[in-house]
Every structure is written in structure tokens, then in C-alpha cells.
Design a protein around this ligand. Structure first.
Ligand code: HEC
Length: 123
């Protein structure tokens, strides 16, 4: 019995160590935050590329393929930030999930959420 507990403690310790050594840097593919220090997320540094690559095929200016609005500028994206986050958080099969072709990587979704939390910085 004692050995079993010892074993469980060892496993638990290993799990805790493994988790605490996780770095948020792993979650952020694009670290181009212009030397602003602690992983600040900005439109220019992180968000614009994600939107341009995944959304502007339809949400261009003027919008195409039935998209209801443009997401081509900082102000477009900023003013719709909450709706954008809601849409990219949906699962692919859900109504209004964006982009329609399939969910973005979780790291990108987290980045958008962090950008909103940090106050929609432009650069
Ligand atoms: C293939 C074209 C296409 C792409 C790519 C696309 N959208 Fe859309 N989007 C649409 C269409 C069409 C609608 C309106 C119908 C709907 O809501 O499904 C829409 C609606 C939306 C809405 C409003 C949803 C609602 O429920 O009111 C948001 C927000 C949105 N898109 C964000 C995005 C974001 C962010 C991306 C990129 C990650 C993206 N879209 C990529 C075509 C697209």
C-alpha cells in the first residue's frame, strides 16, 4: 500500500512539473510583438495576419461570397472583435462558425481572445 502511494505521489509530482514548465510562448506562433516585452498581442503584430489569411477571402472590401461586412482594417476588426471571437470559437458544424471551411487552431483563437482582453492594441 505504501509503495502504491509513493508511486502515485511520484506520478503527481511529475505531472505538476510537466505542467508548470509549459510556457505560453508555445501557444503563440508569431512572436513579432516589436519588443514590447511580455507577449503583448497587437493587431499589427498578430491579429492582422490571421484575419488576412483566413477571413479576407470573403470579408474583403467590398465583401465577397455573401459575407455581410469587411474585416479589412484595424477599425473593422476592432469594432467587431466580440462577434469575431464568438464566431471563431464555434465548432465547424455550428451556425455562423467562421471561417466556414474549418476551425482555426486553438492558439490563434486564444490570441484573439488575449488581444481583446488587453484592449485591442493596434501596434
Ligand atoms: C468563405 C467565405 C468566408 C470566410 C473565409 C469567412 N467568412 Fe465570415 N461570414 C461569411 C458569410 C457568408 C457570413 C454570413 C452568413 C453567416 O453568418 O454564416 C459571415 C458572417 C460572419 C460573421 C457574423 C456572424 C454572425 O453570427 O452574425 C462574423 C463575425 C464573421 N463572419 C467573421 C469571420 C472571421 C473572423 C473569419 C476568419 C477567421 C471569417 N468570417 C471568414 C463568409 C466567410
Amino acid at each position: 500500500m505504501k509503495t502504491k502511494i509513493k508511486f502515485l505521489c511520484t506520478v503527481l509530482a511529475l505531472v505538476l512539473v510537466a505542467c508548470s514548465s509549459d510556457s505560453e510562448d508555445d501557444l503563440i506562433p508569431d512572436d513579432s510583438n516589436n519588443g514590447q516585452g511580455t507577449n503583448a498581442v497587437s493587431y499589427d503584430g498578430n491579429i492582422k495576419a490571421a484575419i488576412n489569411g483566413n477571413c479576407l477571402g470573403c470579408h474583403s472590401n467590398p465583401p465577397r461570397n455573401g459575407a455581410p461586412f469587411s474585416l479589412a482594417t484595424f477599425n473593422d476588426v476592432k469594432s467587431r472583435a466580440d462577434g469575431i471571437l464568438a464566431a471563431i470559437k464555434k465548432q465547424t458544424s455550428e451556425n455562423g462558425a467562421m471561417p466556414p471551411s474549418g476551425r482555426l487552431p486553438q492558439a490563434t483563437i486564444d490570441l484573439v481572445e488575449q488581444w481583446i482582453t488587453e484592449g485591442h492594441k493596434e501596434n
